[in-house]
Ligand binder design. Structure first.
Ligand code: HEC
Ligand code: HEC
Ligand code: HEC
Ligand code: HEC
Length: 111
């Protein structure tokens, strides 16, 4: 019985560990052929501003179109329309998070 219990525990631990962690955003850009300088420029590495992201990703409107299938749109809503910043949700070197979750449950999207 004790053996069975620890086997179950081992399997559960394995299952949890198997939850696929998404690659970090900087690595996903790297996989698309971009390097550090594409976001940071050549100088000392500073946090990257929204304008820099938009120099490639065009506009909030264009992004909203890409995520329009969602019941709530992460790029078109009462939080980002006023004064949105990409880094409210997207982080390059640590896992991203969805700021909406502070107030809304059961969001129709994740990062
Ligand atoms: C997709 C754009 C992007 C790419 C590519 C990228 N970074 Fe970043 N980097 C950021 C953003 C945004 C931040 C701000 C912190 C965060 O979001 O994790 C940052 C923060 C940093 C910081 C800390 C700066 C500070 O003052 O807090 C360093 C150092 C850094 N990046 C180095 C690198 C290196 C080295 C590479 C290449 C291997 C790289 N970055 C690639 C976007 C990027
Ligand atoms: C040098 C151009 C460039 C810059 C600067 C850039 N990106 Fe990207 N990004 C791309 C390209 C190209 C792709 C892959 C094609 C696509 O999804 O648009 C991409 C993909 C993404 C994706 C989708 C990744 C995936 O695998 O689903 C996100 C999210 C993203 N970028 C956010 C950001 C954010 C936030 C910043 C600013 C910190 C940023 N990007 C800066 C060019 C850029
Ligand atoms: C409120 C949180 C939030 C903010 C702020 C935000 N995003 Fe996103 N973004 C998301 C979420 C959530 C997804 C995944 C949506 C999905 O799976 O349909 C996403 C997906 C993306 C994608 C991939 C779209 C695709 O075709 O799958 C790109 C590119 C992107 N974001 C870029 C940006 C850039 C650039 C900014 C700043 C101008 C930004 N985002 C600001 C939450 C956000
Ligand atoms: C600080 C708390 C807070 C945050 C963070 C927040 N919301 Fe809200 N949201 C509210 C409140 C309060 C309402 C109005 C009451 C209601 O309709 O439930 C609302 C209403 C809404 C509505 C329905 C009304 C409308 O404007 O269409 C949508 C959709 C929505 N939020 C999406 C989002 C998304 C997407 C995010 C993340 C980018 C987000 N919210 C972040 C508090 C928040």
């Amino acid at each position: 019985m004790k053996v069975l219990a620890s086997l179950c525990l081992a399997l559960l631990t394995l299952a949890l560990a198997a939850e696929p962690a998404r690659a970090l955003l900087a690595d996903r850009h790297k996989a698309n052929g971009m390097g550090c300088a594409d976001c940071h420029g050549e100088g000392p590495r500073q946090p990257v501003e929204t304008d820099k992201c938009l120099s490639c990703h065009e506009s909030w409107e264009a992004l909203a179109k890409r995520t329009a299938k969602n019941k709530m749109n992460p790029h078109d809503n009462h939080v980002v329309n006023a004064n949105g910043e990409c880094n409210q949700c997207h982080h390059a070197h640590r896992p991203s998070e969805v700021v909406c979750a502070q107030c809304h449950q059961d969001l129709p999207f994740k990062l």
